[in-house]
Design a protein around this ligand. Structure first.
Ligand SMILES: [Zn+2]
Length: 216
């Protein structure tokens, strides 16, 4: 079966536009990036959601951020069990090989993954409870977080509270990786939790002592 087809023409056109302008005007910069390798200062873990535009928010160039995206910007706990762990692999490479100075976990408003977790935990999404649901089993990471925030929030505030809890849980799970705990303790690495409101463009930063987020 032939499954790999030519790219849609709108993407081909956009690519040629980029090559003729952005790339050709900065040819030396791209050559240098290619020859010298990457030295990103920060790793960003964000949601796959197409509205979360990390490089745009921070005005970042190529080479500045090592970015990993997954459903609901979650980090699983350290689990060296020989299984396939894409997020943990990205984290290991960023910290032990690239030696990034910062890891930023960026949550966001109106997150479909978080809504799915809420639906699952409230019994409204039986399809997510199936062992064959990759999304459901991934969102299991946040079940303990749901138990915590569901007791302190009403239906209206719960989605935002769980989006922020996902950031807190991810930072706690990051600290369960021995090489991260070591790098944080020695001061070589700092962790940061952020949450962005897509419509307003606001960005809030987590204080891990109070578990509160405040606007930047
Ligand atoms: Zn999301």
């Amino acid at each position: 079966m032939s499954y790999a087809k030519p790219l849609p023409s709108y993407l081909v056109q956009r690519y040629h536009g980029w090559k003729a302008t952005t790339h050709s005007e900065n040819r030396a910069w791209y050559k240098r990036l290619a020859n010298e390798g990457q030295r990103p200062r920060a790793m960003v873990i964000s949601c796959c959601d197409s509205r979360v535009h990390v490089t745009s928010i921070f005005g970042a160039d190529q080479g500045e951020f090592f970015i990993h995206r997954n459903i609901a910007n979650l980090v699983p706990a350290y689990a060296p069990d020989g299984d396939h762990h894409g997020t943990s692999a990205a984290i290991e490479y960023a910290v032990t090989a690239l030696k990034v100075a910062h890891i930023i976990v960026l949550g966001h408003s109106n997150c479909g993954g978080i809504q799915g977790c809420l639906d699952m935990c409230t019994g409204n999404a039986p399809e997510l409870e199936k062992s064959s649901s990759f999304v459901g089993r991934w969102m299991d990471i946040l079940r303990p977080g749901y138990e915590r925030v569901s007791q302190e929030n009403d239906a209206a505030s719960l989605p935002t509270a769980l989006e922020k809890e996902a950031v807190v849980v991810s930072l706690e799970n990051l600290m369960s990786f021995p090489f991260i705990e070591e790098a944080v303790t020695s001061g070589e690495l700092t962790l940061h939790g952020l949450w962005t409101e897509i419509g307003e463009g606001t960005l809030e930063c987590l204080d891990s002592n109070t578990r509160e987020f405040s606007p930047l």
